[in-house]
Design a binder for this molecule. Structure first.
Ligand code: DQA
Length: 154
């Protein structure tokens, strides 16, 4: 059965392409997800994606991953820095999760240096624009495959 990975995108990411292109690039979220879907197909992975600007909707979507997804990729966007609810939702799934950022949050304003969600994730990838998502997918698939074969690297 194909590995199922759910991709969660938080607030304002629906505006990618128009939103601060010097920071976030010219690609729309739809274009990024299409690229990711291509990579997922090549890896034999079933991908689902969801975007919301509403914290509670993101929490509910993450909760639905229990028993349905094998792993999560999340760009919590601004909620990275504020949301205990999203952190608890990720932890509640007990699923391996990779946090993604288009920008390098550590190079930016100080309030972006803290992530409340990163400590409940397997790892974080940021600073590579669209390619951050591709790297996150590859890292998560590799982790899940190693776990399935019983030779987890961590
Ligand atoms: C972001 C970084 C966050 O600080 C910001 O609030 C976002 C996008 C990124 O992908 O670089 O909305 O998560």
């Amino acid at each position: 059965m194909a590995m199922k990975i759910w991709v969660v995108n938080g607030p304002n990411l629906g505006l990618l392409g128009k939103r601060e292109p010097a920071i976030y690039g010219a690609a729309s979220l739809q274009e990024i997800m299409a690229l990711l879907a291509q990579r997922a197909a090549a890896l034999g992975v079933e991908l689902h994606n969801f975007q919301s600007d509403v914290e509670g909707e993101l929490v509910q979507y993450i909760g639905r991953a229990i028993g349905a997804a094998d792993g999560l990729i999340i760009n919590p966007a601004a909620y990275t820095h504020t949301s205990v609810a999203l952190r608890d939702a990720i932890a509640a799934t007990a699923l391996p999760c990779v946090e993604v950022h288009l920008s390098n949050i550590f190079k930016r304003e100080e309030f972006r240096h803290q992530s409340l969600t990163a400590p409940v994730c397997l790892g974080t990838i940021g600073g590579f624009g669209t390619f951050s998502y591709v790297l996150a997918l590859e890292a998560l698939v590799e982790h899940l495959r190693q776990r399935a074969s019983g030779c987890e690297s961590r």
